[in-house]
Design a protein around this ligand. Structure first.
Ligand code: NAP
Length: 257
């Protein structure tokens, strides 16, 4: 039987990176009925707890196995680790790039500092035969997990996508849809600076104002998870993205005690 055009992938959804964003996307995917194959840097044997929590629809693998087994693979890793994404195994696949540039974590990257390219163009340059689509980068893991809603819900939010390949964009739009979000196409990877750290569409519109007092990391994570989600409509997101101007590249993590 031919899969309906709204099916994001007929293979398991691949996820490389099993931290805050990767595990949140895995939970949303399993909830949506998708099979998931997920990797981290340390090996599948270190993902036993997460896979047990996710249940029988999920399994752990190496990053290369994920790329071999999945047609749509989410990269949920620090930007600096993009150079370890498996080039041959990802050739011909769709890669959903969630990465953001944080010099505190990634070190200074001259091509980004000098605005010669966006973070996702850097990822695309490493994966010339892969259809890279930027998505899920402009919302915290907490808002992402808490803000997913069924299609048509009044409080469903929109997320931006960017990339060159129209078919891959359709796949990622379908993925967002089943996971609980509308998609706003903001253009090519060169345009994806419009939702990078420091822009008006980056994380803040989906959540209340950040706490003013300095918290420990655990307290901050708890605060983020407990914060209500502020829904963002496609028209609000379109307006934010189109009205932004380009500032310095890279974000800064909030200070913690
Ligand atoms: N956290 C957020 O709210 C958020 C929101 C939007 C976008 N993002 C972006 O999403 C990306 C991931 O952020 P995160 O907060 O989820 O990070 P995180 O919690 O630190 O998790 C990173 C994950 O990537 C894995 N990893 C690192 N290097 C790898 C490699 N070479 N191969 C395979 N897996 C590797 C780590 O595995 P090990 O633990 O085994 O090393 C870990 O599972 C970043 O680029 C971030 O800027 C984050």
């Amino acid at each position: 039987m031919t899969a309906p055009s709204t099916t994001p992938t007929t293979t398991p959804l691949g996820i490389i990176g099993a931290g805050a964003i990767g595990s949140t996307l895995a939970r949303l995917a399993v909830r949506a009925g998708l099979d998931v194959v997920i990797a981290n840097s340390r090996g599948p044997e270190t993902l036993t707890d997460l896979v047990a929590e996710l249940g029988p629809q999920a399994r752990a693998a190496t990053a290369a196995e994920v790329a071999r087994q999945a047609d749509v693979v989410i990269a949920a890793i620090p930007l600096i680790a993009h150079s370890s994404l498996p080039v041959d195994e990802l050739a011909g696949k769709t890669l959903v790039d969630t990465t953001n540039y944080y010099p505190q974590r990634d070190g200074q990257i001259a091509s980004l500092d000098e605005q010669q390219m966006t973070a996702s163009e850097l990822v695309q340059a490493h994966l010339p035969e892969t259809r890279v689509i930027k998505a899920f980068n402009n919302i915290t893991f907490a808002s992402l997990g808490n803000g997913a809603r069924a299609a048509g819900a009044d409080d469903r939010s929109a997320l931006p996508i960017a990339g060159e390949d129209a078919d891959a964009k359709q796949q990622v739009t379908a993925l967002l849809d089943v996971l609980g979000y509308d998609a706003v196409d903001i253009g090519g990877l060169a345009d994806s600076w419009r939702t990078e750290p420091g822009t008006p569409a980056y994380c803040d519109p989906y959540m209340p104002a950040w706490p003013t007092e300095k918290l420990s990391l655990d307290e901050l994570v708890g605060w983020l998870l407990a914060a209500p989600v502020i829904p963002m409509s496609t028209s609000e997101l379109t307006e934010l993205v189109s009205s932004t101007t380009r500032g310095p590249a890279g974000g800064y993590f909030p200070e913690t005690t």
